[in-house]
Design a protein around this ligand. Structure first.
Ligand code: FE2
Length: 383
């Protein structure tokens, strides 16, 4: 039977591991030493690193390397003369000698448009509360689509927070732990209008923005008022393919967002409408006509073109072929990844009330819970 094999580079700064299945990967001496799994390098209790880079000699080299019967890699590092073993599956999971991930392979993310109508992730409060596997499926839906619905939530004030607490933590803001979106037809206060709201991300005037928003329906007796969601990442990708120059303008210059709507509050952030990650991928969309402040970070010579790009992006977001719409009934809640998915409300009329409650949370807690559930499913330790 063919076995794994290893070869040290002539200058001993890296090794090449060849697996029996034909795959191979190179690993640097400094990388392997820094990631040693021995009890002196990593705490066996919490997995945290016990050394700093300064504890590793500059001239760290691989003196010897061999593959054990089990497939694990045994490495002798000089000049420390230190032996460290690396399990085969650990090495496979941490391969970095590969082509960078491309948008053709975006991992667990699925871009979408109106075609997602009637196919978006959905579950019920009873299921996600009692069945970890179902909670995992629903959270994986949020990770993939940046949007999901859950029904059967108790029609009680504050219940929206209980949903957030299933997987993470409520992020309290100046609007409170949760807030009411209570609109009345012909209201005395214009804040509670029945007008439609253009698709937007929430709170772009914060840095960092709340990365999740949950909106739960307690009452909906009006005509219209449907909710709409748009995949902002997909909208930005479409802009990039239709007009790369416009995409570049929205990604290059910081827009300005501001909120001063309450006494003692002045929130402001100068961030691009399309924020890119270090690898050039789209990381955060900020789009909100109501809280966009006068734009002052775009050079005079680019302002006309910037507004043209802004309008093109808005036209794509407003395009019905990009939108999924649904009507929330009492006890139904939707969650959006506020870095990615924009939400909107269609206008409504009639004589009843429309009462939603919302809260913010953050995606790190959601992904942590999902990761633990997925790990439990892999190892079969699931309840
Ligand atoms: Fe909103």
């Amino acid at each position: 039977m063919k076995r794994n094999s290893v070869e040290i580079s002539p200058d001993k700064t890296y090794l090449t591991l060849r697996w029996a299945d034909g795959n191979q990967a190179r690993f640097h001496a400094i990388w392997l030493r820094d990631n040693g799994l021995d009890g002196d390098t990593r705490s066996p209790l919490n997995g945290q690193r016990l050394i700093t880079l300064g504890d590793i000699p500059h001239d760290t080299r691989i003196l010897e390397a061999s593959v054990r019967e089990t497939g694990d890699l045994q490495v002798l590092f000089g000049p420390e003369n230190k032996q460290i073993a690396f399990p085969e599956d650990w090495l496979r999971r941490h391969v970095y000698d590969r082509e960078p991930a491309s948008e053709a392979d975006p991992g667990p993310i699925s871009f979408w448009n109106a075609g997602l109508q009637d196919r978006y992730p959905r579950s019920s409060w009873e299921l996600i509360r009692h069945a970890p596997a179902e909670l995992g499926r629903w959270l994986a839906g949020v990770r993939a689509y940046g949007f999901a619905v859950v029904g059967g939530v108790p029609c009680q004030s504050g219940a929206v927070c209980e949903v957030a607490e299933l997987f993470g933590y409520v992020r309290e803001t100046n609007y409170g732990r949760w807030f009411d979106v209570r609109a009345e037809v012909n209201p005395s206060n214009l804040a509670y209008t029945n007008l439609g709201l253009q698709a937007h991300t929430d709170n772009p005037y914060r840095d960092p923005v709340p990365t999740l928003q949950l909106l739960c329906c307690l009452e909906n007796a009006v005509d219209g008022g449907d909710s709409v969601v748009v995949d902002g990442f997909n909208a930005a990708r479409r802009l990039r393919s239709e007009d790369p120059g416009a995409f570049d303008l929205l990604a290059r210059y910081p827009a300005s967002f501001e909120y001063t709507g309450a006494r003692g509050v002045h929130l402001r952030a100068d961030k691009p409408m399309i924020e890119l990650a270090a690898d050039g991928g789209i990381s955060t969309i900020r789009f909100n006509n109501r809280s966009t402040a006068p734009l002052v970070n775009i050079p005079f010579d680019e302002m006309q073109a910037y507004y043209r790009a802004y309008r093109l992006f808005a036209d794509i977001i407003d395009d019905q072929t990009m939108q999924v719409s649904f009507r929330l009934s009492p006890g139904e809640l939707f969650i959006v990844d506020n870095r990615r998915v924009l939400h909107a409300r269609k206008p409504f009329s009639g004589t009843g009330q429309r009462w939603l409650q919302g809260c913010y949370a953050d995606v790190d807690g959601l992904l942590s819970t999902l990761s633990v559930i997925e790990q439990q499913q892999k190892t079969g330790v699931m309840a």
